[in-house]
Design a protein around this ligand. Sequence first.
Ligand SMILES: [Cu+2]
Length: 207
Amino acid sequence: MHALSLLPLLLPALIASHGLILSPAPRTVTDASLDACGRAITTAITKDNTSYVEQLTPLAAQPGSGYNASACNLALCKGLQYAPTVTLADGEPTVPLYTPGTVLPMKVWIRIPHAGIANVSVVDTKTNEAIAVLKSWDVYAAGKVGSLPKDNEEFEVTVPDTACRCAFEGQCVVQWWWFGTQVRQTYASCVDFRSVAEGVRCERPME
Ligand SMILES: [Cu+2]
């Protein structure tokens, strides 16, 4: 059951899920996600305000869903893919580069709170391995909109030294993950980034 709530007009409604990262800019539905996850899932993520992972999973099994299991892992960023964009000037990807030790302020939006647990981690997108847990909450989103602890929606994380594992766009994400333990619903939202220490040279991995 979801309490009826008025959609705050000033907040982005790109992904009207129970919650998502507001800043830095999170992954959103793109053609890359459509190719990997199919129309049933990407339409649900775009339009359905209860598009938690457990609801997307059965959509994947629908005939004609277009879901590609090897490309779309719903347990990682709800299946949303890295979508290359480049600056016109220099051809560089528009994925932010954070040197290790960078303090990254983050804002998330909890639209419908469900008490549970949450964490923020750096995830290797190829292996879905959490390289580092940057923050975690034993109790999260326990309360009502407007009375949640401030650090549930506004917090800082420190970018770890990940050697060359996150040196190039698409290799890693900062993933915010929240599981409502009573309702058994999983929400996730991801930020693409690159990270390499000053003076360290990394080789771009073979595709
Ligand atoms: Cu719910």
